[in-house]
Write a protein that binds this ligand. Structure first.
Ligand SMILES: Nc1nc2c(ncn2[C@@H]2O[C@H](COP(=O)(O)OP(=O)(O)OP(=O)(O)O)[C@@H](O)[C@H]2O)c(=O)[nH]1
Ligand SMILES: [Mg+2]
Length: 478
């Protein structure tokens, strides 16, 4: 194992991690209620002197049992003035989010009150929490593994129902359990190889070979299914890029407005209206979609429009799905055909727009003659026809990406994907080595390589730098 790697849970807690840290856990700005969170040994004792319960039935904060709350006034020890009346909730270690003593103050959500309370708590000896510090502490204290900790960001940032459900499954440990199962299997295989290495005189190598071949096959299939699922999972966090493209005046901006139910893009009958790409986030059946309107593609001498066309070409290359709008009359079809062939995009769907116009039928027939194998889609922003079919096509494209995965929970994070790619590579090499009659010690080291990659995935063995980088992407207060 790499020299700077270590077992996080045993050694990574620094003295800084034992301090009491504090942050506002709710979003910046005004709100009805805000939550201020303190974590660390002694948090109850720290807050107790400034918290005056409104009733005698509430014990001192440090005597409150975990999972109980009390109403009280926070009084400035300097001026004796009331800062706010709050609800204080106590969580005792290890039964809290961080695994430490945690106090949460639900206060009124004005900027002034939040700032006064934070200043007061800092003056009592706490320090300001770093981004993601509460979750980092939960990880370091063994409450969550790294997959679960990273799922917290997914869950906070989830914009659609499917994204939130997957993040919740990751946070609950669905993927972690599967990874643990794979690691256990790899350890068992490793143990049998080591038996052969240690007691060559027993000559169990044929039995172990057969066991190993079957075991590695199974593990490869399992890891591969999760790797395959990343094409769908990536969309749940990053969104699916769906581009509306075509020649000028094809009706792209009108379609963007109709699908997003806004008047965001300017629509005119002047060809070349849209000069830049316009992107709107929409939710199609729980799939987060970046819908992109583009400058119409044509040969042009206009400098601004030229730049717009170049941008369109760029965005087309990174699209998950492209609708190529072709509007009547039929006269320009040849030009459309030439551009579409030049672009060579796999996920390009021809879409006849303005289907309410009389010339639409002739256009459809001409397109059918050009692309006999393609199902021709049609739409009209004026009548609303075809909009549902467009949404359905987006859903189908998303579903088709997951055809080989068939897992309940999807891999969403490129770090996780890289770890699993590496685990998979080692498993494949081990299997090839086995079939190629390579020595047992080499096979054992490949199996260990796969285990190392899984340990990095779950955070069982990761470098401090990686842990810091991961948590720095969190918001303060989480
Ligand atoms: N009849 C009819 N007219 C439409 C439809 N969609 C758009 N139009 C009209 O077609 C013209 C061009 O529409 P836009 O949405 O601006 O087309 P565009 O593809 O964005 O054009 P550029 O930005 O110039 O490339 C406008 O006059 C729209 O009102 C439709 O479904 N039916
Ligand atoms: Mg436009």
């Amino acid at each position: 194992m790499n020299g700077d790697y270590q077992t996080v849970l045993d050694t990574n807690l620094t003295s800084q991690d034992h301090e009491i840290c504090v942050a506002v856990a709710t979003p910046p700005g005004q709100s009805g209620i805000a939550v201020i969170r303190l974590s660390g040994k002694g948090a109850a004792e720290l807050i107790d002197p400034v918290f005056k319960p409104v009733s005698k039935r509430f014990p001192p904060v440090f005597s409150m049992p975990g999972y109980t709350c009390a109403v009280g006034k926070i009084i400035s020890p300097v001026t004796g003035e009331l800062i706010d009346q709050v609800v204080l909730t106590r969580f005792t270690a290890p039964h809290s989010y961080t695994g430490e003593e945690v106090i949460e103050l639900s206060c009124h959500g004005s900027l002034a009150i939040k700032q006064s309370l934070i200043d007061l708590i800092l003056s009592l000896g706490a320090r300001a929490a770093e981004p993601g510090e509460f979750t980092k502490r939960a990880f370091l204290n063994g409450k969550l593994d790294l997959i679960q900790a990273e799922a917290v960001i997914d869950l906070i940032q989830a914009e659609t129902d499917r994204s939130a459900r997957n993040a919740a499954a990751l946070l609950q440990g669905d993927l972690s359990q599967q990874m643990m199962f794979i690691s256990d299997n790899l350890y068992q295989l490793l143990a049998s190889i080591e038996l052969v290495l240690e007691y060559p005189e027993h000559d169990e190598s044929d039995t172990v070979s057969a066991q190993l071949a079957a075991g590695l096959d199974l593990i490869e299939q399992k890891i591969n299914r999760y790797v395959q699922g990343f094409s769908q999972g990536r969309i749940l966090t990053e969104g699916m890029t769906v581009v509306l493209a075509g020649r000028p005046n094809a009706g792209k901006s009108s379609l963007l407005n109709a699908l997003a139910n806004t008047e965001r893009a300017i629509v005119t009958d002047v060809p070349g209206t849209t000069r830049d790409t316009i992107e709107i986030k929409i939710d199609i059946d729980g799939i987060p979609v970046h819908l992109v309107d583009t400058a119409g593609v044509r040969e042009t001498e206009d400098t601004v429009e030229k730049l717009g066309v170049a941008r369109t070409r760029d965005v087309l290359q990174s699209a998950d799905l492209v609708f190529w709008l072709i509007a009547p009359p039929v006269d320009h079809l040849q030009e459309d055909q030439t551009i579409m062939e030049q672009l060579q995009l796999q996920s390009l769907v021809p879409l006849v727009s303005k289907d309410d116009l009389n010339e639409s039928l002739a256009l459809r027939q001409a397109i059918e003659a050009c692309w006999p194998d393609q199902t021709i889609m049609t739409c009209s922003v004026l009548t609303g026809e075809g909009l549902d079919a467009i949404r359905k096509k987006v859903i189908e494209t998303y579903e088709s990406l997951g055809a080989q995965a068939q897992n309940d929970v999807l891999l969403t994070n490129s770090r996780h994907k890289a770890c699993l790619d590496s685990a998979l590579l080692s498993v494949r090499k081990a299997r090839e080595a086995l079939h190629g009659g390579i020595t047992w010690d080499i096979i054992a080291s490949l199996v260990r390589g796969s285990l190392d990659a899984l340990a990095e995935l779950t955070g069982d063995a990761v470098s401090d730098t990686l842990v810091d980088t991961i948590f720095s992407r969190f918001c303060v207060g989480k």
